[in-house]
Design a binder for this molecule. Structure first.
Ligand code: URA
Length: 189
């Protein structure tokens, strides 16, 4: 049977495939344009996201919004999701078994959206979606071709809050992402 957003959301909200379902307030399914050209993928919900059910609404999300605005990408035009749909306690890194239990939701979201570009926000997402030995400091901004889409990684906005010196690199990567998208849209006309 064909997949659908309704089915996916329902399955996600009632998922108990890992222990995180016991401590979640809300599943943080994803938000944005379901026909987006760009899909941003973070790591896992934090406290604000768990409370609201929406990804990237806390301080890291506000910083992400600033970078999107700076390169003229509207948050309403993109889709934003995470590797994990439920918050790990005390915001610890996702466990491999939690990622394994959850990743099919993201896979199905990718299929439904069919984006031109996927942007990994941070190393956890890049290690899962690009390659297990991905090095964010050395390889942020590099492009990889997978299936129907191009994929790249940028610094996680939460890292930029802790280390603002990396914001310059983030801006350069975001500009390159916007330029890549403009090029792909022009080529397909
Ligand atoms: N950090 C993430 O990786 N995802 C969110 O949704 C919020 C913070």
């Amino acid at each position: 049977m064909a997949d659908s957003w309704e089915k996916l959301l329902e399955e996600c909200n009632s998922c108990n495939a890992c222990e995180l379902c016991k401590t979640r307030t809300n599943c943080v399914f994803g938000v944005g344009n379901k026909n987006a050209d760009i899909l941003f993928v973070g790591e896992a919900p934090g406290d604000n996201e768990d409370k609201t059910g929406t990804p990237f609404v806390g301080r890291a999300g506000q910083l992400l919004n600033k970078f999107l605005f700076a390169v003229d990408i509207s948050r309403e035009d993109v889709y934003i999701a995470n590797i994990l749909k439920c918050r790990p306690p005390k915001n610890r890194d996702p466990l491999p078994e939690e990622e394994d239990a959850c990743i099919d939701f993201l896979r199905r979201q990718v299929k439904l959206i069919d984006p031109k570009i996927i942007v990994c926000l941070g190393r956890i997402s890049a290690m899962r979606l690009i390659k297990p030995d991905f090095k964010i400091t050395a390889e942020h901004g590099k492009w990889f071709k997978k299936g129907n889409f191009l994929i790249t990684a940028v610094y996680h906005p939460a890292l930029l809050l802790r280390d603002p010196r990396r914001k310059e690199d983030m801006l350069a990567d975001m500009k390159a992402i916007k330029a890549q998208l403009d090029k792909m849209n022009k080529d397909s006309q």
